[in-house]
Design a protein around this ligand. Structure first.
Ligand SMILES: [Zn+2]
Ligand SMILES: [Zn+2]
Length: 132
């Protein structure tokens, strides 16, 4: 834990989020739910312990997309802003104010990766999800 604060917001600016300290990890997720909810080939999530994250402006609308996981978005502009689990608060990298400060550490759900996505970097790759 350190004093870094990562700020994030949605497209319209109604929602602002602050996360304290370095993220636990960051990952490319190629799962079908990330593809559907983003409308894109994959999402990149930056994972923090939920006690280190607070919503400083606005209200996140949540969708229960699986038993233990809710996806958060802005009801005005539709931006994805979060994943909520028992332990974690995940922020999509594109919502961050300084996304280039994040080091992405792995790929998950690679068996779902679309054909055009190149997986030739040196990061660890997991066929499906892996436990925290
Ligand atoms: Zn918004
Ligand atoms: Zn996913």
């Amino acid at each position: 834990m350190n004093d870094v604060v990562h700020k994030a917001s949605c497209l319209c600016g109604d929602i602002e989020i602050e996360a304290k300290g370095s993220p636990n990890y960051a990952e490319y997720c190629h799962c079908i739910m990330c593809q559907k909810s983003s409308g894109s080939s994959f999402m990149v999530w930056v994972i923090f312990d939920k006690e280190n994250v607070r919503v400083t402006k606005g209200t996140i609308t949540k969708y229960q997309s699986s038993k233990n996981l809710q996806r958060g978005f802005c009801k005005k502009c539709g931006s994805n802003v979060s994943i909520h689990t028992d332990k974690c608060f995940d922020i999509p990298i594109g919502a961050l104010e300084k996304p280039n400060e994040i080091k992405i550490t792995r790929h998950i759900w690679t068996h779902r990766a679309l054909n055009h996505v190149s997986l030739d970097d040196d990061l660890p790759k997991y066929n499906d999800d892996i436990p925290d």
